[in-house]
Design a protein around this ligand. Structure first.
Ligand code: CU
Length: 313
């Protein structure tokens, strides 16, 4: 019933020219069950993309479809063998031929103006406030904050039970979110480690391929705090549907606090290896033993996450 109601709403808004106004009960940052239209936007790029789709493309598509359908119906009704037994023998009409060549060219040129405007908006990133690196793996995401010295951590899908317990949407929720501050330009460096993945978050209008051996760049500026969900958008293997993207948008203060928990202060970092490798502490420099100490616990964690993903099937 809800679906029918949504379709009716969509058609009504389309024909009344009100398309693009998201419904009040549409969920932000995730799909709405039975929803219609694009996900509500939470970034300038997405607002522009919604405008382009709802106000430029949809009216043109609708008008062209209606025109072609009307012409078809006229031909079928007026020029069938019964109502038009003696067909006309002429062919070619210069004016009509010029018209049906020039009109599509004009329509495509009109679309191109707005299309290139949007393309340039994606390309022209303002000076970024934060850089994060997102790496696609079979089948999870790894996030790294090079400027904050936060080493890459894994983001794995929650199982159905875990998602239910956490009151999060299953197949969209992950154990570790990508955390970013609100109203700040976030540059996302996207790459793949094994096969081609795709970093896609509808609410921010993001969709960038994660290609092994190559770093792609995209950006967004979240307008509201909250949780935003996306998925890998490239068929990347058997668990393609199980590598969601979860972005937690928080205030700058909360982000700073989170960074503090992820990146230990330099003093703590240099003292940690001394405690764990006491006998060698005098000879080995603190810097060299630090990576070994931090990478050691990561290994069993990765195995555990891999088996958790495998357990989904
Ligand atoms: Cu993927």
């Amino acid at each position: 019933m809800r679906r029918l109601e949504s379709v009716a709403f969509g058609l009504t808004t389309l024909f009344l020219g009100a398309a693009g106004s998201a419904r009040a009960d549409d969920l932000l940052g995730q799909p709405t069950p039975g929803g219609f239209d694009l996900q509500p936007g939470a970034s300038a790029l997405k607002h522009q993309a919604i405008f382009f789709h709802n106000w430029i493309l949809m009216p043109i598509i609708t008008a062209v479809a209606v025109l072609v359908l009307t012409l078809l119906v006229i031909c079928i009704v007026r020029f069938n063998a019964k109502s038009n037994p003696v067909p006309a023998r002429w062919s070619h009409n210069t004016y009509v031929e010029i018209l049906w060549t020039a009109l599509p060219v004009l329509i495509l040129t009109f679309i191109a103006i707005f299309s290139f405007k949007l393309l340039f908006a994606y390309h022209d990133m303002p000076p970024p406030d934060l850089t994060v690196k997102a790496t696609g793996y079979q089948w999870y995401w790894g996030y790294e904050y090079p400027d904050q010295k936060i080493a890459e951590y894994d983001s794995n899908v929650l199982t159905a039970d875990q998602a239910k317990a956490a009151n999060e949407p299953y197949l969209l929720a992950a154990d570790n979110a990508l955390v970013v501050p609100v109203n700040k330009t976030v540059r996302v460096l996207v790459t793949g480690a094994d096969v081609i993945h795709d970093f896609a978050v509808p609410a921010f209008g993001l969709k960038t391929d994660a290609v092994p051996g190559r770093v792609n760049e995209t950006w967004f500026k979240a307008e509201k705090t909250g949780m935003y969900y996306g998925q890998c958008d490239q068929l990347c293997g058997v668990n393609h549907a199980f590598m969601p993207i979860m972005i937690k948008v928080v205030s700058q203060a909360d982000f700073d606090a989170w960074v503090a928990t992820k990146a230990p202060p330099p003093a703590a970092a240099s003292s940690a290896p001394a405690a764990s490798s006491a006998p060698a502490a005098s000879s080995a420099p603190a810097g060299s033993s630090a990576p070994a100490a931090s990478s050691a616990p990561a290994q069993p964690q990765k195995v555990a996450q891999a088996s958790a993903t495998a357990a989904l099937h």
